[in-house]
Design a protein around this ligand. Sequence first.
Ligand code: NAP
Length: 269
Amino acid sequence: MTAYPELEAAKAAWRHQPPPQCLSGKAILITGAGDGMGRALAKTAALHGANLILLGRTRAKLEAVFDWISEHTRTRPVIVPCDLSHLGPSSAESLQSQARAEYGRLDGLVHNASVLGPKIPLAHYPMSEWEEVVRVNLSAAATLTQALLPLMLETAATHAKQGSILFTSSSVGRKGRAYWGAYAASKFAVEGLMQVLADECAAEGALRVNSLNPGGIRTAMRRQAYPAENPADAPPPEARLDLYIHLLSDAAEGVNGQALDARTWPGVS
Ligand code: NAP
């Protein structure tokens, strides 16, 4: 019996089969690593050799991922309980110090944590909830990126390898849809942030910056967005991980400024 049957089942159908240790020695920070897509990515990236900084809101969830990774891989994770709705420049800066102290490097940054917010007409959307969705989905990603950029650039220079920054998008971040309010608007803005940063990084080439839409996957957010749907109709997160692992690995060197879709990759999205 394999330790991670959902991954084994999904991996057989992956369009791209990354080499087993393609993330070996890399240090990668994943936000929202305690649940859903972030948890699946954390376990899978560790199985591919990455040392992970697991950032999330709920300590117990992060500890469970930490325990699994420690038991099933040879990598060395650390956990960082952090509510991104309160992330300011100084706490983001201390995250950089922590990454430096733990690993002395940072090769990858995955902005995965998000909140859905209410699915209601704009006319009735409470602005306090709007602001929270934008803080978590957009502003925290910008603040974290800004604080971690120096360490990522240093890492790229020292190891002569491009670093990778991944923003998580959504179908409604590429085409607006009624009642998706702040979530859709924040995901459109995330695409804009990705394009700005990718363009800033293009000339030097030390970092690649891309966005990725995982498509509908069986997680708590999906259940919240589609309460009437049979959860079994959506694939598990592991089914969409091949693109994530590829973009974090050296095989994706030079892929920059792309808005990718895990369902259609490597075809045209
Ligand atoms: P999920 O199951 O709801 O997990 C979201 C994660 O983000 C959780 O670990 C959560 O932590 C964390 N998080 C939320 N608010 C946070 C905060 N304020 N501070 C720190 N961490 C916070 O969502 P998912 O479905 O895995 O979604 C992952 C990404 O894929 C998101 O960016 C989402 O927009 C995108 N996406 C998902 C789907 C889908 O069908 N599921 C489709 C398209 C795009 P706690 O568990 O501790 O609260």
